[in-house]
Ligand binder design. Structure first.
Ligand code: SF4
Ligand code: SF4
Length: 409
């Protein structure tokens, strides 16, 4: 029987790869055995979805030269050769390991008894002694200043000044803003704050918020990620929060799944704002009003919210609860959704390929006749906007919180 993504969880794989005595060490022999499960069938390139009429399952393969190492089968052979020492451990030889968004689409269809994308993440960790300038400089910046953008970390909260209301420093609900919303797309932070302000009770934010370390985890800098995780855990506990609400797919997976699995850190309940807003709407705590004009839109499932966390209904319920919104689906949606192109560090390792993947996702959205493509992750929004610029598309790229905040005005 074909395995489903949930039959073997990320937790099973991660914990099986860890020695019981030391969570930071990976059992290399187990990881090697996992990689050897690959049957070299090549289904992860395009075969299954092509049979369904979709054009290409691996977005990196589709938007690069199409070499064997551009999709998972080749990456696994490179990983095995580097681990076994038959391939010299150089930055160039390891570069294909970073040409992957870790979107998990190949996990969905791989017939072998392992999850290749998660195994690749482990490979990046055990081979992190191989130099990689991009990876190392991101990790250095996060460790030094608390964010990957090298900006003064206090700038992450400058958007608070645009709110017109005060936000607490201690409350039952903590909004964890994240670096990309705080420093690159503050409109997402402002809209999320407006939604939280419309709900009963106070919410807080951290004034000097440390990065969650998501990009470090995805790129193999796990010790550095653990240092950030402990820093963030202390900061969150100091607020007395009972719930942590995030507005980024990467922050969600990191805080809710990776912290307990990788570092044994149990935070208070962690929710994405689409889940929290869905709860508030269902309980009658907030009531969206009609938008000024009807809008046809399509929802892009971020990989870390959809395939990784299984959250497909909440964002759709929130959007459908806003009178005047017509939601249409792209051909690939929910667990078959094609990645926006930004994940797994690809936007930093190879921004041209990342943007091409983003533009293909924009074309998918255009094919639905939607006026807007809506996501629930600042990183997706950032890359999808780059995709629209690349192809001169007029489609509007917005976040779920943008529409909901407007419907609550
Ligand atoms: S990773 Fe899975 S789908 Fe891809 S070649 Fe190996 S067995 Fe086949
Ligand atoms: S995780 Fe996504 S980008 Fe990476 S090899 Fe698999 S399908 Fe391709």
């Amino acid at each position: 029987m074909k395995k489903s993504i949930n039959q073997k969880s990320h937790a099973d794989i991660t914990s099986a790869c860890m020695k019981e005595s030391d969570m930071a060490d990976i059992d290399l022999e187990f990881l090697r055995e996992e990689l050897l499960q690959c049957r070299r069938c090549g289904i992860c390139r395009d075969a299954v979805y092509a049979a369904k009429g979709f054009d290409g399952i691996c977005p990196v393969w589709k938007h690069t030269s199409g070499f064997e190492t551009s999709f998972m089968r080749g990456k696994i052979q490179v990983a095995l050769a580097l681990l076994d020492g038959t391939l010299e451990k150089t930055e160039e030889n390891a570069s294909s390991l970073y040409q992957c968004t870790l979107c998990g689409n190949c996990n969905q269809i791989c017939p072998a008894e392992f999850h290749p994308a998660q195994a690749l993440e482990q490979v990046r960790e055990v081979l992190n002694e191989i130099p990689n300038e991009v990876r190392d400089s991101i990790a250095e910046r996060i460790t030094r200043v608390g964010n990957p953008y090298s900006d003064d970390n206090l700038e992450k909260m400058e958007w608070l000044q645009a709110l017109g209301f005060d936000v607490a420093e201690q409350a039952d609900v903590l909004y964890y803003v994240g670096c990309t919303a705080g420093m690159r797309i503050p409109k997402i932070a402002i809209d999320a704050a407006k939604i939280l302000n419309a709900a009963p009770g106070e919410f807080a934010v951290l004034r000097d918020e440390p990065c969650c370390g998501s990009v470090m985890l995805r790129t193999g800098k796990v010790n550095e990620a653990e240092t950030m995780a402990k820093r963030l855990e202390d900061a969150i506990r100091s607020t007395g929060a009972k719930k942590v609400v995030v507005s980024c797919a990467g922050c969600l997976k990191t805080l809710r799944m990776d912290y307990p699995e990788r570092f044994g850190i149990e935070l208070p309940e962690v929710l994405h704002i689409v889940e929290y807003a869905d709860e508030l709407i269902r309980n009658g705590k907030i009531e969206p009003k009609p938008l000024s004009s009807p809008t046809r839109l399509t929802y892009h499932d971020p990989c870390h919210i959809g395939r990784e966390m299984g959250i497909y209904d909440s964002p759709r319920h929130v959007l459908e609860s806003i009178p005047g919104i017509e939601l249409v689906e792209m051909e690939t949606n929910r667990n078959t959704a094609i990645c926006c192109g930004a994940g797994g560090g690809l936007r930093s390792f190879d921004s041209d390929t990342a943007k091409k993947i983003g533009s293909a996702r924009v074309r998918d959205a255009e094919d639905t006749g939607a006026e807007k493509i809506v996501s629930a992750c600042p990183f997706c929004e950032h890359n999808l906007k780059a995709g629209t610029e690349l192809i001169g598309s007029n489609i509007d790229v917005v976040d779920v919180v943008d529409l909901l905040a407007r419907a609550l005005e």
